[in-house]
Design a protein around this ligand. Structure first.
Ligand code: BGC
Length: 789
């Protein structure tokens, strides 16, 4: 049986030079109407589904256009954190790092980099950003999302979309909607209530629509029983009528399931034509689907193309600016980094101290998470080299762990696989190898695959899969706990030469354990140990636990025992458990920090830059503390269905409602200085919202960034569930030592509303509302009351 699968994200950069006839200028709607009138049925249908780029696989999606009428071919590429084509392009820090900066102005710059790079690579439509809610810490795509909180998601995505589109690149906001987990992502049925949908998940999409996003990508999952890409309530009732979206809806890759989806609000099938190609043509011919439905979708698509100048060649010329891109990448990595712990002023590091850098990602930079958001960076240096360049004292490096591992011996496969001594093996395209891998003992493994040349391969181990290869995919690793004995194993080249060559490696528990003693010895010799720890968050796979993968907890504990002056740098995409927290001095969460992450990490460690990021998601004390713990019907789902029974109590709202103290609360982040807050005043602002003012003072001895956060208590007059406190506004300011500033934080009228489930509409939460102010959801020293009528 071949394991042929259509890989959704194939890429090979190809800049297509477009010389196109310009239609007579008839004004936007006139021009589009005239084009639609002139198009044949086949030409119309060619816009409603993906096609094959005759110049090769250059990107994730392709439309041939209608060149005879001046509609150019259109290239679509992924790029939630940097454009994903074969040619190198700026790899920005993960979107979760961007959101952690709590800085919409920086999000606009981030979007501009993606827009500039995308247009520079000849791309017309970006498949991003990802704005869905971080519902559980295990979500495989948390790193490419923004937050568990709708306001942070909304403000970040709005600025990101504006930045992207300012460069002439069309943004596609995804994945609409409630695609918050990867387990059974192809069709899991999400049972969600109206209130959660409107108050928690949709504000990010609404903000993107308000910012002018040209396209929306409907998601793989079902929503309350109906596939998202044929869900009239979602696509028409909510998206078009309520959110006032006037762009086009494309399906996620292979998320279209029926031809009549076009009558339920879907405009375009991606990446091929299974339902909206010949089947649609036949349905139109048979009269089961009206031609007007086709014309409506074509008009929507062409209207966005026209808005972006695709139809008359008025698009701004793409101008690459790698130096400016690098500055933004570095700034986001620095400003999004969250300092979680810093005792005894261990950080910033003192210049002359000796440092033992430990951990495989101290050498091989962890740039991004996996899947379609993974970019193709032009370069990236090793964190240990960046530390060496900055340090005054001796710097040693000891791996303490392995990423790719050792070649897997032929004897570990049943039936045997003729793997060469270096781990390479030649396999037929698509068919590859299907068999068993025999684990020699119980423990945490890391199974890896890499390819050479223009080849993509897919690896499966016990139902988990990962892609390796070109287009920035690099090596693929599956971290997995295996019991001694046989486990399902399959690997196949799925694109490129036939047969294809893949290289297989594994890190066994024995190898991991054997690497710890050298790290301990190095730590003993140094003034400070800096341990880099990582996880492998990726599309296609949820994390099984918040625990760091492999033997990293053992490594950190052993190092901290050998040298109490231990600093942990996290390169992780979401919340992780820290059983060793009390034994280390400092923890700096760098997320996946992009191509300039090493330089940013060194700048923060040595105090050339100040950490000022705050968590956009709660870090639970343990896996058993999360809102979904102990109830598989809530996550990852039972019988193909997942129940969002927590309603609006997502993230910190749930912890507050349940009086649960997490490891680190939402909004948390410390700095190298300290701040005080006083004189809180909250007033109605005449626009239906609030003007909240407070005096913030830098009480420490270094400059630093403060993020004053406003939370709003419930209305006494609302019968629907409400949050104990909900984030309603925030600002980010930089203060010099001793400096004070009066800060005005605008709370929008929408923050005072809730979703009324009787009237199915927004309603003002009237009465005395408490306004809280502080530096995190759990540290709110000031409060006052406003009367809302
Ligand atoms: C992902 C999308 C992505 C698409 C194209 C899908 O599998 O879910 O986010 O844009 O592939 O690569």
């Amino acid at each position: 049986m071949p394991i042929r699968r259509s890989w959704p994200c194939a890429a090979l950069a190809l800049v297509v030079a477009l010389t196109l006839p310009v239609p007579a200028d008839a004004g936007t709607s006139g021009r589009v109407a005239e084009l639609v009138r002139q198009m044949t049925v086949d030409e119309k249908l060619s816009l409603l589904h993906g096609g094959t780029n005759p110049h090769g696989i250059g990107e994730s999606g392709y439309l041939p256009g209608v060149p005879r009428l001046g509609v150019p071919p259109v290239l679509l590429a992924d790029g939630a954190q940097g454009i994903r084509v074969n040619a190198p392009s700026t790899a920005l820090p993960a979107p979760v790092a961007l959101a952690s900066s709590f800085d919409p102005a920086l999000a606009a710059q981030y979007g501009q980099v993606i827009g500039r790079d995308g247009r520079g690579a000849g791309i017309d439509v970006l498949l991003g950003p990802t704005v869905g809610t971080i519902r559980v810490p295990f979500g495989g795509r948390n790193f490419e999302s923004f937050s568990e909180d709708p306001l942070v998601s909304a403000r970040t995505v709005a600025a990101d979309v504006r930045g992207i589109q300012s460069q002439g690149l069309i943004a596609t906001v995804k994945h609409y909607a409630e695609n918050n987990q990867e387990t059974q992502r192809d069709g899991i049925d999400v049972k969600v209530g109206e209130q959660e949908l409107h108050e928690i998940e949709l504000p990010g999409f609404q903000a993107a629509v308000d910012a002018g996003a040209g396209a929306v990508m409907c998601s793989y999952n079902k929503l309350n029983g109906t596939q998202a890409c044929q869900n009239s309530e979602l696509l028409q009732g909510i998206l078009r009528e309520q959110l006032r979206f006037d762009g086009w809806v494309m399906s996620d890759w292979h998320a279209t399931h029926a031809t009549d989806s076009i009558t339920h609000g879907l405009d375009q099938e991606m990446p091929d034509d299974k339902y909206l190609g010949d089947s649609l043509k036949k349905a139109v011919r048979d009269g089961t689907i009206p031609m007007s439905a086709v014309d409506t979708s074509v008009t929507r698509i062409l209207t966005v193309f026209d808005r972006f100048g695709l139809l008359n060649g008025t698009r701004p010329a793409p101008v690459k600016n790698p130096a400016a891109d690098e500055r933004v990448a570095t700034k986001v990595a620095e400003d999004g980094a969250v300092l979680l712990r810093n005792t005894e002023n261990t950080l910033p590091l003192k210049g002359s101290n000796s440092i033992a850098v430990i951990g495989p990602t101290g050498q091989t930079p962890k740039i991004s998470g996996g899947g379609s958001a993974k970019g193709n960076p032009p370069h990236a240096i090793a964190p240990v080299d960046a530390i060496r360049a900055r340090a005054g004292g001796t710097v040693t490096y000891t791996p303490g762990g392995d990423l790719f591992g050792q070649p897997i011996p032929p004897s570990a496969f049943d039936p045997p696989l003729p793997v060469a001594a270096d781990g390479t093996v030649s396999l037929p395209l698509y068919y590859g190898y299907n068999g068993k891998i025999i684990a020699p003992s119980d423990g945490d493994y890391r199974i890896s695959v890499s390819t050479g040349g223009n080849q993509i391969a897919e690896l499966f181990v016990d139902g988990r899969n990962a892609f390796a290869g070109t287009a920035g995919l690099g090596d693929a690793e599956i971290p997995i706990h295996l019991t001694k004995g046989p486990h399902d194993f399959a690997v196949a080249p799925i694109l490129g030469p036939d047969p294809g060559t893949v290289k297989l490696g594994w890190v066994t528990p024995e190898e991991s354990a054997s690497l710890i003693p050298a790290a301990v010895a190095a730590a003993k010799q140094a003034d400070t140990a800096v341990v880099f720890a990582y996880d492998d968050e990726s599309e296609g796979l949820d994390r099984g636990s918040t625990s760091l993968i492999g033997y990293q907890n053992d490594l950190i504990s052993a190092v901290a025992k050998a040298n109490p002056n231990t600093v942990v740098v996290l390169n992780t995409g979401s919340a992780v458990a820290m059983p060793w927290l009390d034994s280390v001095r400092s923890v700096l969460d760098m997320w996946y920090p992009g191509q300039n992450g090493a330089e940013a990490t060194a700048a923060l460690l040595f105090g050339d830059a100040s950490p000022g990021g705050h968590l956009t998601q709660t870090f639970p004390a343990s896996d058993s503390q999360t809102p979904v713990a102990g109830d598989p019907s809530r996550f990852p789902g039972v019988n193909g269905q997942v129940d969002y029974a927590e309603g609006i109590q997502v993230g910190y709202r749930w912890y507050d409602a349940n009086h649960a103290t997490p490891l680190f609360p939402f909004g948390f982040g410390i700095t190298y200085t300290s701040f005080s807050y006083r004189d809180l005043v909250a007033r109605r602002d005449g626009r239906g919202g609030l003007d909240v003012s407070v005096t913030v003072r830098n009480t420490g001895s270094r400059a630093g960034d403060a993020v004053p956060q406003v939370y709003l208590g419930p209305s006494p007059n609302v019968s629907e569930p409400q949050a104990v406190r909900a984030l309603a506004g925030y600002d980010k300011i930089t203060l010099r030592p001793g400096e004070s500033r009066r800060v005005h934080i605008q709370v929008g009228a929408d923050q005072l509303r809730h979703w009324n489930t009787t009237t199915n509409g927004w309603a003002l939460g009237t009465g005395a509302r408490t306004v809280y102010l502080g530096s995190s959801s759990a540290d709110l020293p000031l409060h006052t009351t406003v009367d809302v009528r």
